[in-house]
Design a protein around this ligand. Structure first.
Ligand code: ATP
Ligand code: MG
Length: 693
């Protein structure tokens, strides 16, 4: 056992790390070292207090945050002592939990995890509509109920508006359908473990004994379900540290509730509350602006925040003619600044409110040859070709996964038409079995002509063969067959699919080529993953399902590229130079559509609540910047082929910037894109010359 060096921490941080007499809540503003407390405390528990890593669990908000924390911890404790330490998101822990406790939850260990696309399809079918808004509304409503631990029965009782009544009806059959598919959705990954621990004493005791210390980051964004699960997991011991910042709560729309912070102080009478006041991330100009903005919100806990990193350069606020000019200007500024400061691309981040804003920036950056990575957008795993291949794997792991069955059996087309599938679906419903199982039922011969039945059965038999080779071979000691490795099986599946051929038949050449490259990338990645982590095909499939649900894995070394990200996805991270784009009324604050926010637009109080959440989002955005922040807004923005006149965001004036000096005009205003590019090249050449000379 060695001691942990806590010299780098300030007095309050040290107090939080050393406190082990009961539950502890660290409540503090952005960049004050809350996440650092968690990391150091894990090291302290294991290194100094002799905790077995197996009993320590840290919960982070994203997979990326979990990986970063694990990396940090590797530098603080001996690798050997780390064995069994769990650093993960709530959802990853949920998968692990459900896999172990599957039988208690009425699931097989190989249950499928459905993503938003799959559940969209299920809800669509139940509503028999193509009205996207309505489908999303119901999806969202069910999700919120689940996060609030509201059962279908309860939902029926509380539903008031016609929309809610609609959603409650769907909720019940949705739940039943998922059970029949032996699947869970994203919300179930937390809901089912929480419920199971509340209801099942055996399971509860097992996990409470196992977890000796729990740490939770970004606590302000937990929902009712997560609160309850934390309570169950920490049980009689009550040994946990939660850190959070009520001013950074930005997931209310997903059911998170800041009340969880206040609730902690009520539910745990002996809760130790620690505040941190020094910000170690941002220069004063940035921090002051952030403090000014957030001071316009009601303050629950009375926090202060100061920094001694120096005054820093003034924040720049620049108005643009339109979004093209904005994207170019940001690109040019980043290129120029990189030369001037001798910085790297990855020191820069571009933050925006909505994913749709990324497109024009991507296009412009490509033109300007600025390397970038994008997060929080459409994931690799959402691409049609990737989902096609994955549907085979899902079906192999779980025959009951009907959505996967339908996708796989129809892609590529193999002569199974809609009428055949409908007949199959009816038969399966009658027999109360999965589509896959129904294929082999003899009675089906009377319902579907043999010419149509043939391709169905050939397909299902292929799936069975792979299943057998992947795992069943293990159970056959007489023949002494080895289960085939994931590598070999993946190649065989791809060969059987004849997918490349299919792509070139159905797509334009360029598109087909791109898609095929994505498939190859997926398969390569899967093989590598299987090898590195020693997973067989079945285990591999669940592993991907999880990443599919969360975000694209970013395991590779971080490339030297500008980071394009939504503000939501930037939470907890920091960048030396930040550009926030589209800081306009209607975008930030985002006014939403009525159907997303219920009656908020009509009700002044509800509107205020919404603006407050947008203000917190602005606070999160500003506080990502370490040394410099640039804000841009467009006077005109194109929406559905119409130019809308825009106003700068109210949050800009709330920043209390000292003088008009910081409010700049775009120097390239009025120039055509071509002229602007020429200007940029000149500028870069000048800078490059200066840098060399
Ligand atoms: P956020 O609210 O954005 O999640 P946070 O409170 O979790 O921020 P950290 O990310 O832990 O803050 O820390 C912000 C930065 O300050 C990091 O670069 C971290 O390494 C640094 N830092 C934290 N504590 C100290 C300290 N005591 N001395 C010097 N630097 C520190
Ligand atoms: Mg943090």
């Amino acid at each position: 056992m060695s001691t942990t060096n806590l010299d780098g921490l300030n007095a309050s941080q040290r107090e939080a790390v050393l406190y082990l007499d009961g539950p502890c809540l660290v409540l503090a503003g952005a960049g004050s070292g809350k996440t650092s407390v968690i990391t150091q405390k894990i090291a302290y528990l294991i290194n100094t207090c002799g905790y077995d890593a197996k009993g320590v669990v840290a919960l982070t908000f994203t997979n990326k945050a979990a990986r970063e924390m694990a990396e940090r911890i590797k530098t603080l404790i001996d690798r050997k002592l780390m064995k069994g330490l769990i650093i993960s998101t709530f959802h990853s822990l949920g998968v692990r939990f459900l896999r172990e406790e599957a039988s208690h939850a009425g699931l097989k260990p190989q249950f499928s995890i459905l993503d938003a696309n799959d559940t969209y399809g299920i809800v669509q079918e139940m509503l028999s509509t193509t009205d996207k808004g309505r489908i999303r509304m119901v999806q969202q409503k069910i999700s919120l109920w689940k996060n609030d631990l509201v059962t279908p029965d309860m939902a029926e009782r509380v539903a008031q508006t016609p929309d809610e009544v609609d959603a409650a009806l769907v909720y019940r059959s949705y739940d039943a359908t998922l059970k029949a598919y032996q699947s869970v959705d994203f919300d179930d990954l937390v809901r089912l473990p929480a419920q199971l621990m509340m209801q099942n004493a055996e399971v509860r005791e097992r996990w409470q004994k196992r977890i000796k210390y729990l740490l939770v980051d970004e606590y302000q964004d937990t929902n009712v379900c997560q609160y309850e699960w934390v309570k169950q997991l920490t049980g009689f011991r009550n040994m946990f540290t939660a850190v959070g910042d009520d001013d950074q709560a930005i997931y209310a729309w997903r059911g998170a509730t800041i009340e969880n912070l206040a609730k902690l102080t009520k539910d745990y009478k002996n809760l130790k509350l620690i505040k941190l006041e020094q910000n170690y991330r941002s220069v004063e100009t940035v921090l002051n602006a952030a403090n000014q903005v957030i001071s316009k919100n009601p303050n629950l806990f009375g926090k202060k925040l100061w920094s001694n990193l120096g005054r820093g350069e003034p924040i720049q606020v620049i108005s643009m003619d339109n979004e093209e000019a904005e994207a170019e200007s940001v690109g040019m500024r980043i290129s120029a600044s990189r030369f001037e400061r001798n910085a790297r691309w990855k020191d820069y981040a571009v933050l925006y409110r909505g994913n749709h804003q990324a497109r024009i920036i991507e296009q412009t950056f490509r033109q300007l040859r600025i390397p970038y990575t994008i997060s929080g957008g459409q994931s690799f795993f959402d691409k049609a070709e990737v989902r096609d291949v994955l549907s085979y794997l899902r079906l192999i792991a779980n025959e009951e996964d009907d959505p996967a069955f339908i996708r796989a059996v129809t892609t590529p087309r193999r002569g199974v038409g809609q009428a055949t599938l409908t007949a199959l679906g009816e038969h399966a419903a009658e027999k109360k079995c999965s589509l896959f199982e129904a294929v082999f039922d003899e009675e089906l011969d009377t319902k579907i002509a043999s010419r149509q039945l043939e391709p169905l059965r050939v397909f299902a038999k292929f799936i069975q063969t792979i299943q057998w080779r992947a795992s069943k071979g293990k159970a056959d000691p007489v023949q002494a067959v080895q289960p085939a490795s994931a590598d070999v099986l993946l190649d065989d599946i791809l060969k059987y699919m004849n997918y490349e051929h299919y792509l070139y038949e159905t797509q334009e050449e360029r598109a087909a080529e791109n898609r095929w490259l994505n498939v190859l990338e997926l398969v390569d990645w899967l093989k590598r993953k299987a090898q590195e982590d020693g997973l067989d095909l079945m285990q591999l499939v669940q592993h991907i399902a999880l990443i599919t649900m969360l975000e694209r894995s970013e395991e590779e070394e971080e490339p030297d590229a500008v980071k394009l990200t939504t503000i939501h996805a930037s939470k907890g991270l920091e960048y030396p130079y930040v550009h926030m784009v589209g800081v306009e009324e209607g975008l930030l604050p985002h006014m939403g559509k009525d159907d997303e926010y219920g009656d908020a637009n009509k009700d002044a109080e509800a509107l205020d609540v919404r603006i407050q959440e947008e203000r917190r989002l602005m606070y999160v955005g500003i506080t990502r910047a370490q040394f410099h922040l640039t804000l841009t807004w467009c006077k005109k923005r194109r929406r559905a082929r119409e130019d809308l006149i825009r106003e700068p965001s109210r949050f800009i004036s709330e920043m209390g910037l000292e003088s008009g000096r910081q409010l700049l005009q775009d120097p390239y205003q009025g120039m055509s894109p071509k002229e602007r590019l020429v200007k940029l090249k000149e500028m870069l050449q000048k800078k490059a010359g200066a840098a060399q000379g």
